[in-house]
Structures are given as C-alpha cells and as structure tokens.
Ligand binder design. Sequence first.
Ligand code: EPS
Length: 361
Amino acid sequence: FAVTTFGESHGPAIGCVVDGCPPGLPLAAEDFRADLDRRATGRSRHTSQRRETDEVEILSGVYEGRTTGTPIALLIRNTDARSKDYSAIAGQFRPGHADYTYWQKYGIRDPRGGGRSSARETTMRVAAGVIAKRWLAERHGVRVRGYLSQLGELRPQGVDLDVVEGNPFFWPCEAQVPQLETYMDALRKSGDSVGARVDVVADGLPPGWGEPIYGKLDGELAAALMSINAVKGVEIGDGFASVTQKGSEHRDLMGAAGFESNHAGGILGGISTGQPLHCSVAFKPTSSLRLPADTLDIHGNAVEVITTGRHDPCVGIRATPICEAMVALVLMDQALRHRAQCGDVGEITPRVPGGKPDPKR
Ligand code: EPS
C-alpha cells in the first residue's frame, strides 16, 4: 500500500495516487468533503484566506462506487492561486523556508507560493487518508482522531475529544477557545507566526501490527509524520519525557484487565500492543512573514525580504487532519503487511488479557 502526491500550489492541479487499496471499499467523491473542509484554508480568520473549492475528481480505481484494487488517482484543481503575490520575492530566499534548499538542490524552482513545498500539498495527504480511515474503520473498527495539543505556549487544561470539532483550532478544551482567539488575533496583527503541537490517538488497534526491526510501526509513523512540511519533531507515547523517567515509572504494568498505563504509546518493539496509539507532532512557526528580514537573493546579494499575501500565522492550526491522515495511511499499510505475513487479525495473534473480543478477529 503506497501513496504519492503531485502538483504545486500555483500549478493547474494537485493530485495523488493511492496504490494497493483492497477492492470492494465503497468510495465516492463526496466522501472526501468532510476531512478536506477540516484542513482547508479560509475557514476561520486564523488561517490563510485563500479560497479553494477542493473538489475531488476520482480518475481511476473506483467502479460503480467501489474500489477495484487498481491504483486510485485523485485530482483537485487549483482555483484561487494569486501568483503575483510572489513576484517581489521570486529570486529571494525566505529565512526558515525551503526556498533555499530547493534552489541549492535543483538550481531551479517554482517560486509561486513555495511550489511543491507549499502546505497546499497536504490536501492530497488528507484525501488519501480518507481512504485509509474508512478501510481501518470498516475492516478493523480502528478510529484515528487528533487535536491541537499546544499553540505557542498555550496548553490544554483538559482533553475532551468530543469538543475538538466544535472550534476552529481542533482544541480539546472548550473553555480556553476565547483565549486562543485573542492570542491568534494579536499574533496576526503583529505579523509574526508561532509553532504548535498536534496529538493523534488511534483506538481499536489489535496487537501485532508493525515489524520488529525494519519497518517498525513507530519508525514508519515518525517518517510519515516528519514528511509533512513544517514538522520538526515526532514523539510516540511519553516521547522525550522518557529521558527523565525511571524504568519503574515508564514500564506499563499488566494485570488481569490488561495494561494499567500507556507510557509506550501503544507500541513495544515496533509492534502495536493493542492499546491506543499515541503520537505527538511538533510544527515550526510559518516562515512566510510580513516582518522584514535580512536574507540573500539567488545571486548572493544581501537583500531585505518581506512576504505579503495570504499566509497562516500558525500552520499547526490546520494540521490535525493532516496528521490523522498520515497515521491512518501508515496503519493501513501495516495492517495489510501483517495480514500478508501472519494471516488475518486473530488467526495467529493471541488475545492479550483484557483485549476486547472482536467478531472480525
Ligand atoms: C502557503 C501559502 C498560502 C496558503 C497555502 C500555504 O497560499 P499561496 O500559495 O496562495 O500563497 O494559502 O495553503 C494552501 C493553499 C492550502 O490549501 O493549504 C504556504 O506558504 O505554505
């Protein structure tokens, strides 16, 4: 099971190919709507005001409303690019942006909107993730949900996943939403940007998904999440907090009812334990700022750069569905690999104590 995307922010279209999806999964263009809307720009004043329709065209791999097992190609046409926003900085490097490394690597780049390095590319990750989420839910009862777990220095005062969809930040604590609004309004006015953290939890996983050495479940999740633009860190379970923990504190004790804690984040030795999977992802602050900064142009001249146009003061705000999608894609791949080697779930995998009986196993 593999996914690739193509397209640039200001090109005619963006798209993806999802290869290896099992046949028979119901799939229609409207199934992509909800998650694409969750990720889209222009849904609140706290994100970029670019207005894209994000209408998915299914080009292949679906017949009479069901996947056929052949590659699924999805296309979304770009309808609201404003390339003139970039004419002033086309030959300059925005500090902190991939402008510089793309230029050094290729010696040529599409500077309109960051081209391939634009957050626009994440649209197709979310679209591909819709397929994986559906397959995981229908086939295994797995649910993948995320939330914004930090905005700058602000942290949730409680986590209630049921309130996440009710605010423009995917924030899990309703009482703090006005504080986030005020924070973002001041940040936007200042012309600066800020980083954020997104957590993703997947429930309903059986034990046994993942590989013991190469292709570890946590390794694949880290690679997939790190491949989202602007990501600077990934943690599984207690992550970097494990550094100061004692073994007696970190280990998850097991009793008659199963595991008593989940410091491991649902993975031991690269393989799922059957507990909820927990990942946390760090996003850097957006580098396209209207605050002037010293930089170089492509000829090596010192220049001052100011980025105008429609930018997100915090890319992390729209990143929850993107992180969910990447987790779902990795889980679907690992589930299919596990089935290929070990048979269907439960055929060989023994039930852990306290594991929920599942008629599909
Ligand atoms: C982005 C800049 C803005 C955002 C864009 C990401 O677009 P433009 O290329 O028009 O300046 O609107 O995000 C999207 C278009 C999207 O769909 O996520 C950037 O600098 O990354």
